[in-house]
Design a protein around this ligand. Structure first.
Ligand SMILES: Nc1ncnc2c1ncn2[C@@H]1O[C@H](COP(=O)(O)OP(=O)(O)OP(=O)(O)O)[C@@H](O)[C@H]1O
Ligand SMILES: [Mg+2]
Length: 396
């Protein structure tokens, strides 16, 4: 069918034509933000889920929801090699400049901007990637100790006071939070703890891979009480149906029941895969309705497309020993797997594979659901590894 009208949108962070199955979570976060604005006790929210389940697009939608109700937001993605102060500072400045346009909050917002100037100047030595416009002179003693934990706390307190005066809340939306270093994460948690104690309207809505939960607990033991950790998973069958059928309907196209069922079976309801299968099924069909035969032909091209993009970008970042480790895991199935079983596959000792496993965790390729267990963070990665490294060469 007409490729120009193909509604499906596979891609990292690409908004789907229909954001299916996430209303409950959006409502939950909406309530949390409304509460924090009123100064009611509220937990920050850290959404955890595997690659491609739709964390980024959900976070982005929550930002839109928040802004529509007059809440100030700042949105950052934590890349692997940037510091938290480095990525937060410019966004925080923008939010404070917006707040300073509010008559009531003007003075406090300007004070927070002075805090930001002190913060950036004092921490620049340690975090060289802080690049932020300075609108005011620093206020001596405000967020300028050169200690991240103390200074971030003072800065968010100042920003929270300004937001409170403006009758709004400040929401920090942080994607890929698992990449933030543990001491920087600890500083963020301490700051949120303080603003919560002081009933200041500052809240974090974060997203990351499942290891984020353990990381926050290690960074600060009381983090478990400060945060909710809702899981973002594959879509339940009803939502997966909606994700495929509704965008087609909007184009006047239907899809037969068995075709729809086949897409759900093949994708296991994972959002990225749903978009890929939807796109390819549309391409395979000549006319409405999209039928089972179309989906069967689409499966081959959808898998090829995933192998070239979604899976491939991750595979290309691996060293040869990391590839062998993941290939051994794949041999054992979808997982999680015991470290001992993986080592046996490679005829190695568990301890000698420790560094490889640690690198894979740092890269976000695997995580540890419980002590001694290892699981893929990318859904269906085991099948991909068996496709891309067929045969037995990896065992040596
Ligand atoms: N609720 C949903 N319904 C339908 N499609 C969705 C939904 N959520 C996400 N998608 C689609 O899934 C794909 C992946 O979304 P996104 O990039 O947000 O995932 P992610 O969890 O952030 O992945 P990663 O961990 O790799 O960053 C996109 O193509 C998006 O359009
Ligand atoms: Mg993402």
């Amino acid at each position: 069918m007409d490729p120009i009208r193909n509604p499906y949108a596979p891609g990292a962070g690409t908004p789907p034509p229909e954001l299916a199955g996430r209303d409950e979570l959006r409502d939950r976060v909406g309530i949390a933000l409304a509460r924090v604005r009123l100064g009611r006790p509220t937990k920050s929210v850290l959404m955890v889920g595997l690659r491609g389940v739709g964390k980024t697009v959900l976070l982005d939608r929550m930002r839109e929801d928040a802004e529509a109700s007059g809440i100030q937001t700042l949105f950052v993605e934590a890349p692997e090699n940037r510091s938290l102060p480095g990525i937060l500072a410019p966004q925080l400045r923008q939010a404070l400049l917006r707040l300073s346009k509010n008559d009531k909050a003007k003075d406090l917002a300007q004070r927070a901007l002075r805090g930001l100037a002190g913060f950036a100047t004092a921490l620049k030595v340690k975090y060289r990637d802080i690049e932020v416009g300075l609108d005011f002179e620093p206020e001596p003693g405000l967020a300028d100790n050169g200690d991240l934990e103390l200074d971030l706390l003072a800065l968010l307190e100042a920003a929270g006071s300004a937001a409170k005066e403006a009758g709004t809340a400040l929401t920090l939306l942080v994607d890929e939070l698992q990449y933030v270093k543990e001491d920087e994460l600890a500083a963020l948690i301490t700051s949120l703890h303080r603003t919560a104690q002081r009933r200041l309207p500052v809240v974090l809505v974060g997203a990351g891979l499942p290891q984020l939960r353990g990381r926050t607990g290690r960074a600060k033991s009381y983090a478990e009480r400060l945060f909710d950790f809702p899981e973002v998973g594959p879509l339940a069958p009803e939502a997966a149906r909606t994700a495929i059928a509704k965008p087609a309907e909007a184009e006047g196209v239907t899809i037969t029941e068995d075709a729809l069922q086949r897409i759900i079976d093949e994708t296991h309801g994972y959002p990225y895969f749903l978009q890929e299968w939807g796109k390819h099924a549309w391409e395979a069909a000549d006319a409405s309705p999209i039928a089972l035969g179309d989906v069967e032909r689409a499966s081959a091209t959808a898998i090829a497309a995933l192998d070239e993009s979604f899976f491939r970008v991750r595979f290309d970042r691996l060293t040869p020993s990391e590839k062998r480790y993941l290939r051994a895991m794949a041999e054992l199935g979808p997982g999680p797997h015991r470290s001992g079983d993986i080592a046996n596959m490679l005829h190695r000792e568990v301890t000698s594979l420790g560094p490889t496993r640690a690198q894979l965790i740092a890269k976000g390729m695997v995580w540890s659901p419980s002590h001694g267990d290892t699981a893929f963070t990318v859904p269906l990665f085991d099948e991909f590894m068996r496709r891309i490294m067929p045969g037995d060469d990896w065992r040596q």
